[in-house]
Write a protein that binds this ligand. Sequence first.
Ligand SMILES: *Cc1c(COP(=O)(O)O)cnc(C)c1O
Length: 492
Amino acid sequence: MATEPTIFELSSPGRRGVTFPEPDVPDAEIPASFRRESLAFPEASEIDVVRHFTRMSQKNHAIDISMYPLGSCTMKFNPRINEAVARMPGYAALHPLQRQETAQGALQLMYELQEMLAEISGFAAVSLQPAAGAHGELAGTLIIREFHRANGDSARTEMLVPDSAHGTNPATAVMAGFSVVTIPSDDRGNVDLAALREKVGPNTAGMMITNPNTLGLWDEHIHEVVDIVHAAGGLIYNDGANFNAILGLAKPGHLGVDVMHYNLHKTFSTPHGGGGPGSGPIGVTETLKPYLPGPVVGKSENANGETTYVWESPEKSIGRLHGFHGNFGMHVRAYTYIRMHGAEGLKQISEDAVLNANYLKARLEGPYDVAYDRPCMHEVVLSASKQKQQGARALDIAKRLLDFGVHPPTTYFPLIVPEALMIEPTETESKQSIDYFADTMLTIAREIEETPDIVTGAPHTTDFKRLDEAGANRSLNLRWTEAKEPEPVAAG
Ligand SMILES: *Cc1c(COP(=O)(O)O)cnc(C)c1O
């Protein structure tokens, strides 16, 4: 079958998309050693370039095309007002080395974002430095380490991590120099209290919890968990990736959490990007405030009695974790999002996110097994164990969804649920789009009963079938190479 030529094949010497004016300055001498004889850039007209990138963009799924229920990732819609504000020249054209007196508006925005995040979560202070959730985890666990060191408590080398935790938690704990002690879950998906009591002790530096956890469940013993760890002298780190479930409903700081990160690219609607800039600020209690990574923005009055915003370094700071001031463009977007919603709006976000997930649970339970049979928070974890016995696995269901134009949910995580399908609709989906997803999942369940080959052979409609995803991540090669006959792709 003929395929449309790519931009590389369309390339023709001298073809141009733009014309430059004749230079009105003399040619500069570029040293020969700086020059390359050939750079394999295609020479193409404007329409070819536009078509190339438009077609490329359509080969990827995106939240702007359809639902993206990737559990734990909170793939909510990125409101366009965020982008409009981030592009305002007063923010977009700032230079990070500009003197702070000339960037007061930006500092005020960061100061107010620090304050709003602290208020929403019940903490004393926030640092905006970390660039991702995992980076926030590193900041938080380093703070825990410094806190114990400052107290001369050098025996505290163990970090407790539940078996439902995201992989970044144990990885971060190890990076921060701790050894990981895994705590199992009980049969309702909570932290197993008996196991916790057994493992906690004088070597415990702290515990990394996620509440609601990655099973989409609120820990029914959260107060006991916090008390047990605190009584043993440990601190509580809360992985705030699931904060979207409890905005305006519960404050981690009031639950006894000592330090937590926020994923601005999840809860606060900034784009996830293709590995692009994220933002993972951390919030801490009064006791841990001096350890925050800096600089942070403070507020003071100048000699004329005017408010000024200034960079401050917390006195026992663990140091700097990011060049300049964190991912400022993301701060602008999250600030805009919070101000657009206000306190009542934030609460509504979480109520709707929880409602949507429970609606989906109600529509899918039966045909699919629900991992833990109790009301969920903002996401629901199903198991495709039954489907596996009928001949199609969670992975096959994920691939089949692509034929219906829907992004698959997270699969095979949490690790403690066999054939896990972790679904997070988020509050930004309408009932109609959630129903489309549910109807599609039910159609696939029927297909597996009747004609499983359709599902195990999926996807049928995408340009590429099943890729080696781990390989694609580990040895990414984005270089165009001349087309060969496509190799047949084995299913399964
Ligand atoms: C996304 C996520 C993380 C890591 O956050 P990044 O911003 O991707 O680094 C950690 N824990 C949980 C539960 C998550 O969902």
